[in-house]
Design a protein around this ligand. Structure first.
Ligand code: FES
Length: 179
């Protein structure tokens, strides 16, 4: 079974790790002092590899029209699947890295240019951003105004990082397995 993943400086598992760390860090704000007690518990609660292997989601992308975003649930989190138009792809590819707070090329974030797949959790404090919103027509987070572009890269606002790219693989032209 294919386990191909997007390969980039902030790789999929890397992205999930960063998000997890952000959530842990967020929780730690109110838990300073008990962190050393809590951490072993969190470690014990981590699912083993066989559990993780079961927690994948297969989605049929054949009905997602160009320009459309579909949200699916994966391991309890929203994942945005965006069928990008040629215009959106070109804008994403032409963006200079110097404009980006968390510099990544578009190619580092997608396996196929037409399909952007990102975890729909704002990297600021974990809200779910709204699609086709904000000046880049990417996503805008309703909580504190973070703006993401059509590649899910943070462009303005308090969020420090791009929307994370999950582990995923194209099983065929119409089917994607996330996780
Ligand atoms: S949680 Fe998204 S901007 Fe704060």
């Amino acid at each position: 079974m294919s386990t191909a993943t997007a390969n980039h400086g902030h790789g999929p598992s890397d992205g999930v790790t960063r998000r997890d760390m952000l959530l842990i860090a967020t929780g730690a704000v109110g838990a300073v002092g008990v962190g050393t007690m809590v951490w072993p518990l969190i470690s014990q609660m981590s699912p083993d590899a066989s559990t993780l292997a079961l927690s994948s989601t297969e989605i049929d992308i054949s009905k997602i029209e160009p320009g459309q975003i579909v949200t699916v649930k994966w391991r309890g989190n929203p994942v945005f699947v965006r069928h990008r138009t040629p215009k959106e792809i070109k804008e994403s590819e032409d963006t200079p890295l110097s404009e980006l707070k968390d510099p990544q090329t578009d190619a580092q974030r997608v396996q196929k240019p037409e399909w952007l797949i990102v975890i729909g959790i704002c990297t600021h404090l974990g809200c779910v951003p709204l699609g086709h919103d904000g000046p880049y027509d990417g996503w805008k987070c309703p909580c504190h105004g973070s703006v993401y572009d059509v590649s899910g890269r943070i462009r303005s606002g308090p969020a420090p990082l791009n929307l994370a790219v999950p582990t995923y693989a194209f099983l065929s032209d119409t089917k994607v397995k996330i996780g």
